[in-house]
Each structure stands twice: as structure tokens, then as C-alpha cells.
Design a protein around this ligand. Structure first.
Ligand code: PEP
Ligand code: CO
Length: 452
């Protein structure tokens, strides 16, 4: 990119580039009025939290931490409730304890929450019968019902997304201050499903070991244990709706850099990664750590361009590559990309998203994912990085703490005809509580097999 353009970055310089995946608002003045309102509202997160996350991710790059990123595909306003938020934190915390113990490393916890409200779509419109309406693009834009009123992009939703993000964060922060004390004890976990797994004995041993370790800490640490009751959750979402991201992108006193203060870790999705377009322009200038989704169509030379664009100084913790190929493609696609990064001498954090390359439809047309493919991609990611002299430093899941039936398989053996029983996701299918915990056990199993 010519230097004159590099110098001209600002939170709004993306507006001079072609932009994808944006809604068309019928009343641009109303949109502008809402954006001006958000401009004046307090930030959702702080620059020092963002800097701490970058430091944690730098540690993960160096092999001293492991990233666990997870949450809904798409948050909904309706699910901004005590139960849903709490159970999502619980499962993430339980998974992170399993991983801390099993991988013998600290875990960086990042939620897909408090702002994961905008979704990329393959088509701008959806047709049912004779009617064509704008596609559903997430709660920050429109509503899923197939009516003209529901599907018309509504600027008030930006404000609603901002307030619901704030409400979610408020509960996350309060619970993180000590509301999870019990969860350190696996005797409070719901692990009945393990009995249905052929690996039941092995998993039970892991749970018992974690319980023993926690009891030991309780015994020796006495008061110091209070420190352990506090846990840190960072937030992340796809930085898709650029006017909203821009309204929360600000400089802070006594610090260099301009931060996106709407989330700690914004990421760029697979459909908006053209180097000379708006999303890349926006992301290159912010001071946050950033994620980049990497799909099966990514070539080594495009990846090199994007890395140079997003992280020209090879700053520790700046760039997380979230790969999402599919269980049947990762073996072919990942090694050349690892080799490219190695040949650049660049340090990035490699994270595996085993969800988005493994989406399929049942014969009945329901969107689902198979547990065995999710696990298959994950296990291959560990193996391939190890074989290439690289390191898998994190995992990324779409999950919920609720007992939904959206993904097929797992110890309970959910089948295609179980899916309708409790299918709630508005967009992509998520792992439920049991499937998520089982995945954490399986990661430990794979990791130990590779590192024995
Ligand atoms: C997502 O993470 O929900 C998503 C749409 O991912 P991708 O851009 O990788 O398809
Ligand atoms: Co998704």
C-alpha cells in the first residue's frame, strides 16, 4: 500500500473503501443521529484491559498460555438474561479449568459475547414464495421474523446492542469478582453424560484429579484462595458493522494509539478480508489485538499480504489467526499457511475454530455440525502444528451452557432427529453444555498423547 494511504488512517478512513456486508438503512439521518448518541456514551471496555489481553495473547504466542474463545454464533437481546449469561460463563470456566489442569498452563478466556450481534450473510436478500426481503443480519441490524417490518434495518438497534452489551458485561464483571467460587470444585459439575462415553473411566480420572488438586490448594492456601475466586473474561466479536465500531473507536488520555473500546478482541470474518477494502482498513489502525478468520480459500500469498497489513511490526499479541477449514480440508490447507508464516519469521497466535468449516444440513434442512468432525478438525490442528514445528495456541467454539440440541453426536449420541427438540440458535449450531465439556476433555487427551 502506498505510504500516503498508510499515513491517513483514522477511525473513519474505512469509509473511503469498498465495503461489504453492510445493511442499507432506509433513513440515513436516523442512523447518523443514533451514531452521534453512541459517540457520546461511555466506552464498554478500557484501554488497560485491552493492553492486558494483548500481553496475555503475547504469552500464548510464546507458549506460556492457551486461548479459549467461545460463545454464541449470534447473541440475541432476548437471551440477555441472568440464566443464559451465567451458564455460558460457567461452561467456559469449567472448560478452562479442565484445560488449565490438563495442559498445565494458564488459560486466556475470551467470550464471544457482549457485542456479538452482527452476522455476515451469503446473500443480501431471502426469498420465500413470492416475497423477497432483506436477509437477517443479526440483532444489531434487524429481526429474524420474515416480515417487512422485522427485516428492515433499524438504527435504534445499534443503541440496543450497545446497552445489551453493557448489561452483559456488567453481570460478567460482577460474577468474575467471586461469584464462581463453587465452580472450582468438580463435584458441583454436571458430568453424568460421561457414563455414556467409551472414555468414561479416563474422563472420570481427570475430573477426580482436578478435584484433588483443588482440595490440595484449598488446604495449603487458606486465605490466599480468595485471589483464585476472581477470574478474568475478555470479550470479542466480529467487527462487521463498521459505523458502530467506529462510534466506539477512540483515543484515550496519556496513551498513544486509538482503541476500539466496544470490545477487547475484534475479529475480521472470512467474508470481509479483502486487503484493499473497508474492514481491513478499519482493523489495521486500531490498537487492540485483532483476530483474523482463515478459511479454505486463503492462499499463502494472500495471508502474507494480510499479516503485513494488520501487523507490519510483528507486535507480540497483536494477531491471532483463527483457522476454520473443515475436518476434510485442514490437512491440505493448513501446512502451507504455517510454512508461509514461518518463512516470514513472523510470530502469530494460531487458534483453531473447528466449527465454521464443519457446518452441514440434515436431510430435513436443519443446519448442524457433527461432534466427530469438530473433534476431528481440532485433533488434526494439534497434530499438524506439532509436525510443522509450530504450536496450536488456542481454540474457538460456538457453544452455550444450555441443554440445546443443535450439534449431532457426543457422548449422548444426539441424532439428526433429536435436533428439533431444543434447537434455539438463530444462526449457527452450538455445542451444548455436555458437548462443550466433553470437547475440553478430548483436547486434554489429544494434547497429552502428543506431549508424552
Ligand atoms: C462466525 O464466527 O460466526 C463466522 C461467521 O465465521 P466465519 O467468518 O469464519 O465464517
Ligand atoms: Co457462526
Amino acid at each position: 500500500m502506498p505510504t500516503d494511504t498508510v499515513d491517513r488512517w483514522s477511525p473513519s478512513s474505512w469509509r473511503e473503501r469498498p465495503v461489504r456486508q453492510q445493511p442499507t438503512y432506509p433513513d440515513p439521518d436516523a442512523l447518523q443521529a443514533t451514531l452521534s448518541q453512541i459517540d457520546h456514551l461511555p466506552p464498554l471496555v478500557t484501554s488497560w484491559e485491552i493492553d492486558n489481553l494483548k500481553e496475555d495473547l503475547a504469552q500464548a504466542e510464546a507458549g506460556n498460555r492457551f486461548l479459549l474463545q467461545g460463545g454464541d454464533c449470534a447473541e440475541s437481546f432476548e437471551d440477555c438474561t441472568a440464566d443464559v449469561v451465567t451458564s455460558r460463563l460457567k461452561i467456559l470456566l469449567q472448560m478452562s479449568l479442565v484445560l488449565t489442569y490438563g495442559l498445565n498452563t494458564k488459560i486466556v478466556r475470551v467470550g464471544r459475547f457482549a457485542g456479538q450481534y452482527a452476522k455476515p450473510r451469503s446473500s443480501d436478500t431471502e426469498t420465500q414464495g413470492d416475497t423477497t426481503l432483506p436477509s437477517y443480519r443479526g440483532e444489531i441490524i434487524n429481526s429474524p421474523e420474515f416480515t417487512e417490518a422485522a427485516r428492515t434495518p433499524d438504527p435504534d438497534r445499534l443503541l440496543k446492542a450497545y446497552t445489551h452489551s453493557g448489561l452483559t458485561l456488567n453481570l460478567v464483571r460482577a460474577l468474575s469478582e467471586g461469584g464462581f467460587a463453587d465452580l472450582r470444585h468438580p463435584e458441583y459439575w454436571n458430568v453424568d453424560f460421561m457414563a455414556h462415553s467409551p472414555l468414561a473411566n479416563e474422563y472420570q480420572r481427570l475430573v477426580d484429579d482436578i478435584g484433588t488438586a483443588m482440595q490440595f490448594i484449598d488446604t495449603v492456601a487458606e486465605h490466599a484462595l480468595n485471589a483464585m475466586e476472581r477470574v478474568t473474561f475478555y470479550t470479542s466479536h466480529e467487527a462487521l458493522l463498521l459505523p458502530y465500531e467506529e462510534a466506539l473507536t477512540r483515543s484515550v488520555p496519556h496513551k498513544e494509539g486509538i482503541y476500539n473500546l466496544g470490545t477487547h478482541l475484534p475479529w475480521i470474518g472470512k467474508r470481509t478480508n479483502a486487503p484493499d477494502e473497508a474492514h481491513m482498513e478499519y482493523m489495521r489502525g486500531i490498537a487492540n489485538p485483532v483476530g483474523l478468520k482463515v478459511g479454505p480459500d486463503m492462499t499463502p500469498s494472500k495471508l502474507r499480504t494480510l499479516i503485513n497489513h494488520l501487523d507490519p511490526d510483528d507486535e507480540p499479541g497483536r494477531l491471532t489467526l483463527i483457522t476454520r477449514f473443515g475436518a476434510n480440508k485442514i490437512a491440505d490447507r493448513l501446512p502451507p499457511l504455517i510454512n508461509m508464516v514461518q518463512s516470514m519469521g513472523h510470530s502469530v497466535l494460531w487458534c483453531c475454530d473447528p466449527m465454521h468449516g464443519n457446518t452441514e444440513r440434515t436431510n430435513g434442512g436443519i443446519k448442524t455440525r457433527r461432534f466427530k468432525n469438530i473433534l476431528g478438525e481440532l485433533e488434526q490442528a494439534f497434530e499438524i502444528h506439532a509436525a510443522e514445528g509450530s504450536r496450536l495456541g488456542g481454540v474457538h467454539f460456538e457453544l452455550t451452557g444450555e441443554n440445546v440440541t443443535e450439534c449431532i453426536g457426543g457422548a449422548r449420541g444426539l441424532k439428526a432427529n433429536d435436533l428439533e427438540r431444543a434447537y434455539k440458535s438463530l444462526v449457527d449450531p452450538r455445542l451444548n453444555y455436555e458437548q462443550s465439556l466433553e470437547i475440553a476433555f478430548s483436547i486434554v487427551r489429544k494434547y497429552r498423547a502428543l506431549h508424552k
